[in-house]
Design a protein around this ligand. Structure first.
Ligand code: ASP
Length: 280
């Protein structure tokens, strides 16, 4: 049983040191809870549980506390993939719900498993997800001041390997902030979130770079074809270099490898294998 989570990137500055510590503490608490949860739940249930906790924490750019798009609205994207069944489900640019990852989970049972905008909202409401405004005072102030135009990051994700040897991955984001309304992030695509019976990957970083690198699906495919997770990540990150791709990933393989890799510093993540580890 293994679990790894991330809280995306954040910009490093003196004023952010406190946030960094708070994020590390939150990640340590959430990954510990997720590891306990995993003892009696599947990998799929665990990634949804962990990502919901991350969405509920205002420090992270997912669920409550998400970045605001250039028209003043928050649109959430989230996806999960069950490595065992290889089913992927997700929501793109969903407004006014608390936990987009839970909506994505509901979609897993349907033939039409990725919904966007209005359709995703109608689906959420008809499945019991009530109105929720995820805009926090801080995000509103940031929006007013337009201080995060450079794309502060903070997407969340989780990959888990359960006692049965099954993997799952989940990723949730509020996007990059100040984007053109309805821009599609990588998070609810197979570039940002992918799992099969060999490996599971969740990404963060610049969505367009992650899509250009087909990152999560590519790393998982390489592991499937015999690469170690570390070698698969290293090769895939080398391929981001020609276009200066900005990305970070967390991953687990069924062989038990657990790994984190990033192209730039200041990604926060934590894992629970036999012991808790928190890094940034
Ligand atoms: N990947 C997300 C996006 O481009 C942002 C992030 O990971 O912080 O929307």
């Amino acid at each position: 049983m293994k679990v790894i989570i991330h809280g995306g990137f954040f910009s490093e500055s003196a004023t952010n040191q406190e946030t960094k510590k708070a994020k590390q503490d939150a990640l340590a608490e959430i990954v510990t809870k997720a590891h306990q949860f995993l003892a009696s739940h599947t990998a799929l249930e665990t990634v949804v549980y962990a990502v919901s906790l991350l969405e509920d924490n205002e420090l992270f750019n997912a669920g409550i506390g998400s970045q605001i798009q250039s028209d003043g609205k928050v649109r959430l994207s989230a996806a999960l993939m069950d490595g065992h069944t290889q089913k992927f489900s997700g929501v793109i640019n969903l407004e006014d719900v608390k936990n987009p990852i839970a909506v994505a989970q509901q979609l897993l049972d349907y033939d039409d498993r990725v919904l966007s905008g209005e359709g995703a909202l109608t689906f959420a409401r008809s499945n019991g997800f009530d109105y929720f405004n995820p805009i926090t005072e801080q995000r509103q102030a940031e929006y007013q001041a337009k201080i995060n135009q450079q794309g502060r990051k903070g997407t969340v994700g989780c990959v888990a390997l359960d006692a049965e040897g099954n993997l799952a991955a989940a990723t949730s984001t509020g996007g990059k902030g100040f984007e053109i309304p309805c821009r599609v992030s990588d998070s609810a695509t197979v570039a940002g979130n992918f799992a099969n019976n060999f490996a599971g990957i969740s990404c963060t970083g610049v969505g367009e770079d992650i899509v250009s690198g087909a990152l999560a699906a590519k790393i998982v495919t390489r592991v499937t074809d015999g690469f170690t997770l570390q070698a698969a990540c290293d090769k895939s990150f080398t391929e981001l270099k020609p276009f200066d791709g900005f990305a970070g990933v967390i991953g687990i393989t069924t062989a038990g490898e657990i790994y984190h890799c990033d192209s730039h510093p200041y990604m926060v993540w934590a894992s629970f294998d036999v012991n808790l580890q928190v890094f940034n």
